[in-house]
Design a binder for this molecule. Sequence first.
Ligand SMILES: N[C@@H](CCC(=O)N[C@@H](CS)C(=O)NCC(=O)O)C(=O)O
Length: 203
Amino acid sequence: MLTLYHAPRSRSFRILWLLEELGVPYDTEMVSIHGSDGAGPIPSDYIDIHPHRKVPALVHDGVPVFETPAIALYLTDLFPQGGLGPLVGDRQRGPYLTWLAYSTGVFEPAMVERAFKTPHQPALGWASADEVEQVLTRVLEARPFFLGDRFSAVDIVLGGSLQYMMQLKIIPETPVFGAYVERLGDRPAMHRALQRDGDIEES
Ligand SMILES: N[C@@H](CCC(=O)N[C@@H](CS)C(=O)NCC(=O)O)C(=O)O
């Protein structure tokens, strides 16, 4: 059994989207992270699932997995028939792992630096937001999705973050990024996830 620990309108939306893309059965447990939704504090035993008490976390048959790229990799390996993550032996496996790791190791920290107007420190191990933006532009002007013609979980994890940063105006809506986000918007599973996210918030 799969249980997603989720908070509406948060980073865990991308795992909701991935589960909808995979079309597999799953449960959700609401975690109150915003403090203003009347759901009360996060239960103290949630620390056994996510040591920082953040979302998303996934529990599969009693075993917890946390950190969005790890959950995405776990799910696409668990459900290879979904075709959303190249498997070991596929030439795209390397790029797949690279962009998943890049999403939280480079992209997010660079964008947070930009959002908070923090001067970029190269010693920290990621690139500046300007450089990241150039890299992503070069990739996405050459191909429709991060791995080429094939939509994958990278487009949910990294693409979903890019989309969010554009909504927050941290990344500009250039023609390349605008067209990419439009392609993401064509995914029916994204709309199902949005619906479920809204339903969870109202319940
Ligand atoms: N690196 C984590 C980040 C998780 C994260 O920061 N989640 C936020 C929600 S957007 C959270 O749970 N915040 C609640 C808190 O920090 O108390 C991942 O990518 O999964």
